[in-house]
Design a protein around this ligand. Structure first.
Ligand code: BDR
Ligand code: CA
Length: 311
């Protein structure tokens, strides 16, 4: 039986590749895609999520709009990385599939209540506003979650939006804190991992060589957002963050990390949104997450190429 997941996302080119990877993988059943404000405002992330489902020829996927701003702070966006639409790069048609009526929060709550306990995994690829709001509104769903496998945070790589914080956690640290304190089984894909999954020229070429619409699009998206990260990091490619989450569900053996305590900094102006991971076990704080640190990048891209080629 396929693993059942809800993808909570703010597409974003890398989110888009993650959604394609999930929809191309028979081991996974995508129960729904919930959009959140993050890389760009909510109207655009909800639009982009539908564009990606249509690209995967899955207009049947339920896409819901969720929270349009973080719990406490003003929304911070990342057009400087992803472009004005969030999916800048290739020209894309407007989606024709509808947005589902109802709010993403209600979808998350209802799904977790209706499905057997422990059978639904949440895959947050953006700020954790939707997930935290659902947990606050319906605390009974928390123990029904199979696992939360998320992209966010950083320890050795420290920050990408501030010197101390990774974007997804920085945008809504209060939401991240609620999720961390929920008691759920949590797997973090921090920058420490995703900065090892680089879109080098030969890897991007492999997508282009597919000659398919999906392959061409993945190559064009990565071409677009690479420009920013290559210049910033002086690296041969850009980190392909969010697909790591889906790849972990398919092949966890590609990744390694440690079960550690992770706390979210909420108060300091300077380091707000920092994920303080006790990697070296220097405190007696109880481990509350699997914090990944490494990925077999060749294996990860081989998996991506294999799956995107099926679309
Ligand atoms: C995360 O921030 C977003 O810009 C990406 O989509 C990814 O989820 C990386 O810090
Ligand atoms: Ca994202």
């Amino acid at each position: 039986m396929p693993r059942r997941i809800i993808i909570d996302t703010d597409p974003g080119q890398d989110d888009a590749v993650a959604i394609l990877l999930a929809l191309a993988s028979p081991e996974l059943e995508v129960l729904g895609v919930t959009a959140v404000a993050g890389n760009v405002p909510l109207d655009l992330t909800a639009r982009n999520a539908r564009i990606v489902c249509e690209l995967a020829k899955r207009p049947d996927i339920k896409v819901f709009a969720g929270c349009d701003r973080p719990l406490r702070h003003k929304l911070v966006t990342a057009e400087h990385v992803h472009g004005k639409t969030g999916l800048d790069g290739p020209q894309l048609p407007d989606p024709t599939m509808p947005l589902q009526p109802g709010h993403a929060i209600d979808f998350i709550i209802d799904t977790l209540r209706e499905e057997p306990a422990g059978s639904v995994t949440l895959c947050p690829l953006g700020p954790l506003t939707n997930i935290a709001t659902a947990f606050q509104r319906a605390p009974d769903i928390v123990e029904r979650v199979q696992q939360v496998v998320l992209m966010g945070g950083a320890y050795f790589q420290v920050g990408n939006i501030t010197p101390a914080a990774e974007f997804n956690i920085y945008v809504d640290p209060e939401a991240a804190d609620i999720v961390m304190k929920s008691g759920c089984d949590i797997v973090f894909h921090p920058l420490d991992v995703t900065h090892k999954a680089l879109t080098t020229a030969p890897r991007v070429q492999a997508f282009r060589d597919m000659g398919s619409e999906a392959g061409t699009m993945v190559a064009a998206w990565t071409d677009f957002f690479e420009r920013f990260d290559k210049e910033k990091y002086g690296s041969p490619g850009a980190p392909l963050h969010d697909p790591c989450v889906i790849a972990y569900l398919l092949k966890p053996e590609l990744f390694s990390g440690r079960r550690v305590n992770v706390e979210i900094e909420l108060r300091s102006e300077l380091t707000r949104g920092m994920t303080v991971a006790d990697w070296w076990g220097v405190t007696d704080r109880a481990p509350n997450a699997l914090f990944l640190g490494d990925v077999d990048a060749e294996g990860f891209f081989a998996l991506l190429v294999d799956r995107i080629a099926r679309l």
